[in-house]
Design a protein around this ligand. Structure first.
Ligand code: HMG
Ligand code: MG
Length: 305
């Protein structure tokens, strides 16, 4: 059932420093990453995915995660999150002082193998120890569910496979679960059906939408998710990003575009769009290319930078 009114406020999780930068081929210094996170903190995000404690052989760009976490200026009220695939990653995340660890599973067996080198069932077993350790250390626990709308290796993914992994992440004690369109193939009605199926297994107010914009559908998919009551969204400043294990997948939806749309809809976020535009222009200049954010570039052009 589609509700007639949209939420009055939503939470935006800024994933640019992690999802955005992990796929960059050029080495980005820890100092640049730190400045990016600091600029995003100043813009008022309550949650920033700042790091990833994965194998540096698998994702070299994230090898500076401990340095980044040590160098940032923490804004009171902001949670700094990091991806953690196993206990080795958990120990590093704990030592780095992250506030929230993100375990990441897939709704597709093929993607699970390519991304974390094990089956879905094996990953859930591995995450059991991480989940327990997170609770013992009073860290927030988030579960990401990749390929919820399609897989680059296996193709179609059913809503029931999504629901099954949502149940398993819920049983591990996740405080929040991300329903992710890793390769950006979803369209609005499909998104609504999957979100509503996931909401049968986990409280809808703790489900989030993580949309890559590969096929240009991400804003439409966010609007569709708003219609069914999803109130948490991930976005990446300047539209940075992609997954090294999902060939052809481009960046997440650009944060500037999401904020511009939400502002127009009268939906509160607590985030200063102008400061996000600045952060987007900053990181794009560092990377030597134009931001992949229509609203960000338009707003920057309008004020002459
Ligand atoms: P493996 O090769 O099976 O692991 O990889 P292993 O346990 O056999 O260890 C191999 C080596 O890695 C060992 O080192 C370990 O010590 C080391 P060696 O003895 O060869 O020198 N190692 C680690 N080092 C640092 N930190 C660790 C760690 N773990 C092992 N945590 C593993 C398995 C899971 C480690 C690997 O597959 C991996 O790191 N995968 C991560 C892939 C990744 O980060 N993908 C992108 C993030 S997911 C994503 O972007 C999707 C998302 O945005 C949502 C969406 O859009 O869908 C979240
Ligand atoms: Mg992603």
């Amino acid at each position: 059932m589609i509700s007639s009114s949209l939420p009055k406020a939503v939470k935006i999780i800024e994933v640019g420093p992690r999802d955005g930068l992990q796929n960059e081929q050029q080495t980005i210094s820890a100092d640049v990453k730190i400045e990016l996170v600091n600029r995003l903190s100043q813009a008022g995000f309550v949650n920033i995915e700042a790091a990833s404690f994965v194998s540096p052989k698998w994702v070299p760009q994230m090898a500076t995660s401990a340095e980044v976490m040590a160098g940032i200026t923490r804004r009171p009220g902001t949670l700094y999150s990091a991806l953690v695939p196993n206990m080795k990653g958990f120990e590093a995340a704990l030592a780095a002082g992250v506030d929230e660890v993100v375990i990441f599973a897939a709704a597709s067996e093929a993607f699970s193998q390519k991304n974390i080198n094990c089956s879905i069932a094996e990953s859930v077993e591995r995450f059991r120890d991480v989940a327990r350790a997170a609770k013992e250390n009073k860290l927030r626990l988030r579960g990401a569910l990749s390929c919820a709308f399609g897989c680059p290796y296996q193709g179609e993914v059913s809503a029931d496979s999504v629901a099954s992994v949502v149940q398993q992440l819920r049983d591990l004690g996740c405080d929040e679960i991300d329903i992710a369109d890793t390769i950006g193939v979803a369209t609005p009605r499909h998104v609504q059906a999957v979100m509503q199926r996931a909401a049968q297994e986990f409280p809808i107010e703790k489900l989030s939408g993580h949309f890559h914009d590969t096929y240009g559908q991400a804003l439409a998919n966010i609007y569709a998710s708003l219609e069914v009551g999803i109130t948490i969204y991930h976005a990446s400043v300047a539209g940075l990003g992609g997954c090294p294990y999902a060939k052809g997948a481009t960046g997440n939806v650009a944060t500037e575009d999401v904020l511009y749309m939400l502002r127009g809809l009268g939906i509160a976020t607590g985030i200063d769009l102008d400061k996000v535009v600045d952060a987007g222009q900053f990181i794009s200049a560092q990377l030597g290319r134009k931001a992949v954010s229509r609203a960000g570039n338009a707003l920057a052009a309008k004020r002459g930078n």
